[in-house]
Design a protein around this ligand. Structure first.
Ligand code: AMP
Length: 286
C-alpha cells in the first residue's frame, strides 16, 4: 500500500516541513498546481524529484488569476483523487491552503509586470491573469523557500513570466521548465479537457496538429506569415474560434519576421465551444 501524502494547510506548517528537511541537508522541490491532476502534472513531480530530495506539490485554485467571466467556480476540484495520485509518485507534502490563508483580510499587494507578460498573447485575452499568477507564485516561492520550482512549458508565456519575475525580485529558487505531456493523438493534457463534449474531444487534436505542421514548415524554410495563415485556416476548419496563433521569439516572445535569427516558438489559444485550449510548440533549429 502506498503511504498517504501529508497535507499542510497553513504557511506555518509548510515552513516547518521545509525547515526540518533543510536542517538535514536536503534540497526542496516545489510544484505549484491548481489540482485536478493528470499525468502532465505528475511528470512535473518526477522532474522535481530528479532535482531535489523532497518534493512539495501545491494545490490552490487561485481566484485572482481568473477573469470575471472565466471558470473559477466550475474549475474541477478533485482533492482526494489528487492526493492519491501524489502518493503514487511519492510526493512528500501537499500544500493546500484555503483562500483566506493565501489572501487574509487586508491583503492588497499585486506584482506588476511587463516584458513577456505584455507580449499580446494570453495577456490580450486575459488582461488580469498574469498579475494574479505572478503574485500567487511569488507568495508560494517565498513561503516554500524551495531550491527548485517546476512549471510546464504547456503554459509557455506563464513560464517566461515566472522566470522574469523570480529574476527581477531576486527570488533564489531555480525555475525549471518541463516539457508538455500529450494524449496519444497530440492533445496537450489539461485539467480543462474534461469540459470537452465527445465531438469536441474528437476535433481537439487539430490544434496541436496545425501547430506541429506549421513548426515543420517553418523549419523547412516556409514563410512565417503564410504558414501562420495556413495554420489559422486549419484550426478554424476544425471548428475552433481562434484567440491567437503566432510565431514568436522563444526567449522574449517578440514578433518575428522571415529571416529572423534565433529560436522560435508557435503559441496558440483557441476556443472549442465553451472550452478554451492553449498549446505551443518549438520550431526546430535549421
Ligand atoms: P495547472 O494545470 O494550471 O494546475 O498547471 C500546473 C502546472 O502544470 C503548470 O506549471 C502547468 O504548466 C503544468 N502543466 C499543465 N498541463 C501540462 C501538461 N500537459 N504537461 C506538462 N505540464 C503541464
Amino acid at each position: 500500500m502506498t503511504r498517504e501524502v501529508p497535507v499542510a494547510a497553513t504557511v506555518a506548517e509548510l515552513r516547518a516541513f521545509v525547515r526540518t528537511r533543510r536542517a538535514l541537508g536536503e534540497r526542496i522541490g516545489l510544484v505549484p498546481t491548481m489540482g485536478a491532476l493528470h499525468v502532465g502534472h505528475l511528470s512535473l513531480i518526477e522532474a522535481a524529484r530528479q532535482r531535489a530530495d523532497r518534493v512539495v506539490a501545491t494545490i490552490f485554485v487561485n481566484p485572482t488569476q481568473f477573469g470575471a467571466n472565466e471558470d473559477f467556480s466550475r474549475y474541477p476540484r478533485t482533492f482526494d483523487a489528487d492526493r492519491a495520485q501524489l502518493a503514487q509518485v511519492e510526493a512528500d507534502l501537499v500544500f493546500a491552503p484555503a483562500v483566506t490563508e493565501m489572501y487574509p483580510a487586508g491583503f492588497v499587494t499585486t506584482v506588476s509586470l511587463a516584458g513577456p507578460a505584455s507580449a499580446e498573447l494570453e495577456d490580450r485575452f486575459r488582461p488580469t491573469h498574469f498579475a494574479g499568477v505572478a503574485t500567487v507564485v511569488a507568495k508560494l516561492l517565498n513561503q516554500a523557500q524551495a531550491d527548485v520550482a517546476v512549471f510546464g512549458e504547456k503554459d509557455y508565456q506563464q513560464l517566461l513570466v515566472i522566470r522574469q519575475m523570480a529574476r527581477d525580485l531576486d527570488i533564489p529558487t531555480e525555475i525549471y521548465g518541463a516539457p508538455t505531456l500529450r494524449e496519444a493523438d497530440g492533445l496537450a493534457l489539461s485539467s480543462r479537457n474534461v469540459y470537452l463534449s465527445e465531438s469536441e474531444r474528437a476535433r481537439a487534436p487539430s490544434l496541436h496538429q496545425a501547430l506541429d505542421a506549421a513548426s515543420r514548415a517553418i523549419a523547412r524554410g516556409a514563410s512565417i506569415d503564410e504558414t501562420m495563415t495556413q495554420a489559422r485556416s486549419a484550426v478554424t476548419a476544425a471548428g475552433f474560434e481562434i484567440d491567437y496563433i503566432e510565431a514568436r521569439d522563444t526567449q522574449t516572445l517578440a514578433p518575428v519576421t522571415d529571416g529572423a535569427v534565433g529560436a522560435l516558438r508557435i503559441l496558440a489559444a483557441a476556443r472549442l465551444g465553451a472550452t478554451r485550449l492553449i498549446d505551443n510548440v518549438a520550431v526546430a533549429a535549421t
